[in-house]
Design a protein around this ligand. Sequence first.
Ligand SMILES: *Cc1c(COP(=O)(O)O)cnc(C)c1O
Length: 433
Amino acid sequence: MKYYSTNGKSDQVTLRDAVVKGLASDKGLFMPEVIKHLPESFFEEIQNLSFQEIAYKVADAFFGEDVPSDTLKQIVCDTLNFDCPVVKVKDNIYSLELFHGPTLAFKDVGARFMARLLGYFIQQEGNQKVNVLVATSGDTGSAVANGFLGVDGIHVYVLYPKGKVSAIQECQFTTLGQNITALEVDGVFDDCQALVKNAFMDADLNKHMKLTSANSINVARFLPQAFYYFYAYAQMKKLGKADQLVVCVPSGNFGNITAGLFGKEMGLPIKRFIAANNANDIFYNYLQTGEYHPQSSVQTIANAMDVGDPSNFARIFDLYKGCHSAISSEISGATYTDEQIAETVKACYRETGYLLDPHGACGYRALQENLTANECGVFLETAHPAKFKSTVESIVEDEVEIPAKLAAFMKGSKKSIEISKNFADFKAYLMNE
Ligand SMILES: *Cc1c(COP(=O)(O)O)cnc(C)c1O
């Protein structure tokens, strides 16, 4: 299948090029040329299929022309070695728990899939080693590092700002070893990002080593997120709750919700979507006014959604051909302050015993406020509350247990290489690799 750019100023590319390049040469985002409709029979029996079987059907619709079926099946199975269960929180509100993967956040799904697909393409090309550079402010680094851990032919360099990520986040990419190198940059996140960007543009470096990015807008990270929308529907159907299904997605860069919208284009019977925002309300305002005004992001307790110019807005805009009424009839919005998020975590815990993380709390609250009497809602619980331990503990005034998987990272010993924020030093380091 071919992929076109949302900016429409560059040529269509193959899946392989879209995955290796990440971003189109006109700086647009790649879109698949067609979004295939899945047959009625698939939706009739979906509740009898396993997560992996469902995901393979979806993967086949996007990648089946470019990847042999055995390989694709293997990639899907290796990616989804954990469950994404739907859990009842209260009447008509269910949580789709996306935090059962290695780093306890939904980004594991896309990162693991992309690592394996890239691994396949590298093998096809005769195993020339590929180096993935990723700058992180915390969560992306862990999902990417763990997604690529042990994948043949790929080395990952995670650049993170020294002293600016939480201890839990840091150990998720500094204790892994193998094909993962953590570079501790004496600077802020923007310095890390600048180092990565400069590396991609440096002729000597690109001659010396093959470089690629594992950016979250990469189609191989973005499209697999559709898998769990289908699986959530299957689980709700089994419960007899899928007739008027509303799906609510805590959103930052809007990749996750866009994958759900793709699912609906493929025939998934979701009635409507809600995009739940924190105080960063750019998309919410777009829905109300039809005008999109990017802003600088404000810091909140749901920090993975602190985005002032959501990159996947371009994909949503393209999907609905820029039609505001089409977009706002498919998606409604919600926006919450930190006080409201905290209040929601607290009230839900008290009333139901279910512990939300600050991101999921936005989703839960939006369903509570928006569902009509005959609708049933699923919100995406995008991360485990223990990832935000101190915030959540101070809200619920109770101890949050750290899952064994997370605790295991904290036992490993930290290995990182300290570098300055000067590109010359970073370049010299890589030229010696
Ligand atoms: C990345 C992230 C989000 C936002 O997802 P988008 O696809 O960027 O909208 C929400 N919650 C958590 C926990 C995240 O890590």
